[in-house]
Design a binder for this molecule. Sequence first.
Ligand code: GLA
Length: 763
Amino acid sequence: MGITFDEKNRLFFIETRSTTMCLALTDEEGILNNVYYGSRVDRGDISYLLRRGEYPFVPSENDRDRGCFFDYARMEFPTSGIGDYRTPSVILIDEKGHDSSLFTYKSHRIYEGKENLYAELPGGDRVRIPGTFAEDKVSTLEIKLSDGVLGVSAYLSYSVFEGIDAIVKSVRLVNYSDRCVIIDKLMSSTLDLERGVFDNKSPEVVTLSGSWARERRMDVRLLKRGSVEVYSSRGESSHQFQPFMAVAEEGAGESRGRVYAQTVIWSGNFICGAGADQFDNIRAYVGINPQHFRWDLKSGESFQAPEAVLVYTEEGFDGMSHVFHNLFKEHLIRSPYLHKERPVLINNWEATYFDFDTDKLLSIAREAKKSGIEMLVMDDGWFGKRNDDNTSLGDWTVNEEKLPGGLKRLSSELTQIGMKLGIWFEPEMVSPDSDLYKAHPNWAISIEGRTPCKLRNQYVLDITRREVRDHVFDAMVNILKSADISYVKWDMNRQLSDLGSVELDPSSMGRLSYLYTLAVYDLQERLLKEFPDLLLENCSGGGARFDAGMLFYSPQIWCSDDTDAYERLSIQSGTEMLYPLSVMGAHVSASPNHITGRTMPFDVRCAVAMSGTFGYELDITKLPDEEKNAIPEQVEIYHKYSEIVREGDYYRIARESETHEYDAWMSVEPGKEKALLTYIQVKAAPNVKGRLIRLKGLDPDRKYNLRLIGADNEDSLFCSREKKSLWEKTAPAEALSGRALMNAGIVMPAVWGEYAQFMIEIG
Ligand code: GLA
């Protein structure tokens, strides 16, 4: 691992454990090209990949056709208007309205370590932009490129961490001129490849898309000439698309195939795209969506684009996921809870919605405690006069009619029961029907003269303004100091629209979306500084803020409002493409499910929720006895296996979206001593054999026993007698090597009826 510069051949080698990226400078002008990114290669002279000698694209020898070179080369920082007609990484507009730029090499530095990224909010508050970090074992290359005409420099930064096959990249623009330059677009990363890296076959573009309650399902399509883009212009990373795109060799599978993937560590508007051109070059890019973005970079100012993460692997999507998971776990999530067992919680949202009071909550808590549940999360509806979703956001005072004695009484009664308290907030919002809005109508983001669009009957506060942000912060602090509160669910239930801030002058109005995201970060940073032990879970109408930026603050994120275990199979397996199981909020809810009406067995709902941060989202006092009685065993199983789930490496065995009959995944302890397999039969089929599945990630030479979870317990409510006897008929009779289990596989019994779970301890 490391970064070197071959001065003679003007080549930068950026190496991770098993990949190399090689950036080359053209000798004439110092245009930065990305000539190679792939499996590790020697640091030889591969500058021929610049294709300088290829007729007629010879910039030095053929000035007549200079543009052809620009439109053909693998540009590392492509600009607009100079002869590269593909999608640029940057568009700058000078004071005369011209939109051309060209950046050439000035200098570079290679250093051990990595610098944090910062940006400024109006009023001068300096905010750290979420990004990867490491105390040591990280090296960085910073290349300075400049446009001499504009007087603007671009600092391109590349960091590599020991043992992690990812390159983290960021860009900062500095205006050294005495004029203002408008940044119309700035990508965090543009990666140029040639189709040859995919053996001259069209690659596949993989994205994760969805909507409310059906987030992050995998989409795959062939990349022909033209382009594909996914994006958010909603002021959050969104339900609709995940900030992620992979370009993979056609037919790449879970365990094999070349995959180039990029994401951006950012919770606001983004764009990820890939295009193929006339020469079969492929250009893939990620960064802030240029829609709703326009930055007036004044003389002396700088602008920092968020960090992009680049992953290359030959080991398919599992290989890609492992890199993202490890990078995020080791170098992005800061929370002290990262490696700790999270409390099993019960959330009252689906139990009561807005219709609750202290007595109802306490009766849920008492019943939950008997089952081993450890924390009650009081969701929406505890403040102002909020008995439905039309009112009171912004009025963060306890509704004493519902909660007499306030949070103090609730929390002390919970303490007596032996339960912790968590609460819900939606700090960024204001209801038109609220004291806050009446007092400060212009605190909402809006455009003068235009009636702002309401979503869920609410507006978004302009937290880019310091007084608004301070007000929100103080309101939260007051509440959190008023009682013993261990956990906050930070929600955000509408997207941004009507982008106007009374504090930004017209030339800076295009900054608003970026600043908004920064303001959210600032608030969460301040909150965690004030309450370092707080367990924070981000949420946005379910999973619209499931992104790497949020992981910098919260070690877990609510995955989706859809808690239907069948739906969760595809939502969770999409989420796991990038994010480790330890961050995925997953709860068991009542059946029939409130959103889909689907009925599913309690043990299956539990098995699916157990591969995330586990909890319940139901009224335990109303559960049928057979379900209520099953909870203590479920909680025990969660505690027994939560470490493997949290710390283990995740492997996809089968996706229901492909098999249509079953889904299966594994978590394997880092030392490979133990593993956990979860197998869900979704559909019953007549006259079928049991499914042969091959296990993954085990130590080939180690012997493993397989145990059906719940089988040792005679009266298990998690594992029925019928299931035990089915398993006994197909399970291996003795310990087998990892090699046998991974190659010969095991047989999962076919079960009569739909929806069955088998959780198998391997070790
Ligand atoms: C969002 C969240 C839910 C719940 C409601 C409350 O939809 O995702 O879990 O908290 O808000 O209004």
